[in-house]
Write a protein that binds this ligand. Structure first.
Ligand code: PRP
Ligand code: URA
Length: 207
């Protein structure tokens, strides 16, 4: 696995407010969208471009456009929904296929409850979920996505744990993971510490 911890003063600033227990769901949603845009900027850095001619009001010149704009965003419900707008702001031509996966809170194993994945052949896939804790749902998502033969899979998260990243590394060494924060550890309830609590609950106000 390639891990990119995206270093940027704005991400540091925003993740600190995101962690704050006093941050409201409205502010939390705004911050997740803003941070996703910053992370997407980095996660799309190696997309291939090809030359095209473009006519400006003054002259013809050569520009560059994406060589493969066949991009799919796969949010893991629920919390991944919070990252969809940020991704689409930068990739407005992308398709969005939803995947419902949550973890059983006693066994921490992933439970699959919705799968809208369509044709992914030769497409570039960005899986988005703000929290990478045990990585059970994320690797279960990779299992489902791999079956559709995409060109490439990348994962974009906001906070990740060392334990979860180790699992991704052992099961999917070729998948690049982008995160704004690499935290200390998981606690006994498999929550990320210091973390930000339950991302789905904080996004949607279901405390
Ligand atoms: C959260 C989050 C991740 C998962 C991360 O989902 O959105 O999918 O936990 O933890 P893990 O890596 O240990 O599985 P949750 O199961 O709380 O469902 P929700 O998004 O519907 O709240
Ligand atoms: N899911 C969350 O939303 N937060 C955590 O810290 C772990 C799993």
């Amino acid at each position: 696995m390639g891990l990119t911890v995206v270093n940027h003063p704005l991400l540091d600033h925003k993740v600190t407010i995101l962690r704050d227990v006093e941050t409201s769901p409205k502010k939390f949603r705004e911050l997740v969208t803003e941070m996703t845009m910053l992370l997407a900027y980095e996660a799309t850095r190696d997309l291939q471009v090809e030359p095209v001619k473009v006519q400006t009001p003054l002259t013809e010149t050569e520009g560059r456009i994406l060589a493969n704009p066949d991009i799919v965003i796969i949010p893991i419900l629920r919390a991944g929904l919070g990252m969809v707008d940020g991704m689409l702001n930068l990739l407005p031509f992308a398709n969005v296929f939803h995947l419902g996966l949550r973890r059983d809170e006693t066994t921490f194993t992933p439970i699959s409850y919705y799968n809208n994945i369509r044709n992914l052949r030769d497409k570039i896939v960005f899986v988005v979920d703000p929290m990478l804790a045990t990585a059970g749902p994320l690797t279960a998502a990779f299992d489902k996505i791999q079956m559709h033969s995409p060109l490439m899979i990348k994962a974009v998260t906001i906070v990740a744990s060392p334990e979860g990243l180790e699992k991704v590394e052992s099961e999917y060494p070729d998948i690049q993971v982008y995160t704004a924060a690499l935290d200390e550890r998981l606690n006994d309830d498999a929550y990320i510490v210091p973390g930000l609590g339950d991302a789905g609950d904080r996004l949607f106000g279901t405390f």
